[in-house]
Design a binder for this molecule. Structure first.
Ligand SMILES: [Zn+2]
Length: 208
């Protein structure tokens, strides 16, 4: 299975994958990623179940401290932030988002939302392994090896996606609505061409 189709977000288990005992708050856990035909498989183990054998077969390994997950925040007005954008881009599995995913992961690492746990290499592709500081999920982010001159363009592109739309000046507002009307006219014109009964075309013209 190509790397692009792997599951790039994996949740942290709430109990030990060995003895099934739920993790207690502040308990140390050991996470091992091993490579399977379906991609990386994540195992979270308590200290008692963790053994050197597991470590030896893992492509990546780290230790963390379990935190009892906080209840989800009440759904406030959903605004696109770096984290939701990264999740969206990872879910899309669209190779066109590879650069943006990488930049967003770095932004979230700076904000300490994501912890960089390890970097592995698969088929000559560097893969950054992050763990979400609050939820413990694993995020796999392939490194697109951006050149310095590409980096700035991608950063600009990502900032534009995150920035709130700028407030329009009255002149811009007038221009925007004039443009919208022009587009509406064009739309109704093309609708007429598509063998629409003339009655309908008349109705779609805004009444003044
Ligand atoms: Zn255990």
């Amino acid at each position: 299975m190509p790397i692009e189709e792997w599951d790039h977000i994996q949740t942290r288990s709430e109990s030990c994958n060995g003895c099934q005992k739920p993790f207690a708050d502040k308990e140390d856990y050991h996470t091992a990623l091993s490579l399977t035909a379906e991609g990386y498989r994540r195992r979270d183990l308590c200290a008692a179940c963790w053994s050197g054998t597991e470590h030896a077969s893992a492509v990546s390994y780290w230790q963390g401290t379990f935190q009892v997950p906080l209840p989800p925040k009440p759904e406030t007005l959903k605004k696109e932030d770096a984290e939701s954008l990264l999740r969206k881009f990872i879910d899309s599995k669209d190779p066109g988002h590879a650069n943006a995913r990488y930049i967003l992961a770095i932004m979230l690492e700076r904000k300490r939302t994501l912890k960089h746990r390890d970097t592995t290499e698969q088929d000559g592709q560097k893969i950054l392994i992050y763990e979400h500081a609050r939820t413990g999920e694993t995020f796999l982010v392939p490194d697109p090896r951006l050149r310095l001159d590409q980096l700035e363009a991608v950063q600009t592109e990502v900032s534009a996606l995150l920035a709130p739309p700028p407030a329009l000046t009255p002149v811009e507002q007038a221009l925007a609505s004039a443009e919208k009307e022009a587009n509406a006219d064009a739309d109704s014109a093309s609708a007429t061409e598509e063998n629409q009964p003339p009655k309908d075309a008349e109705q779609s013209t805004p009444c003044l």
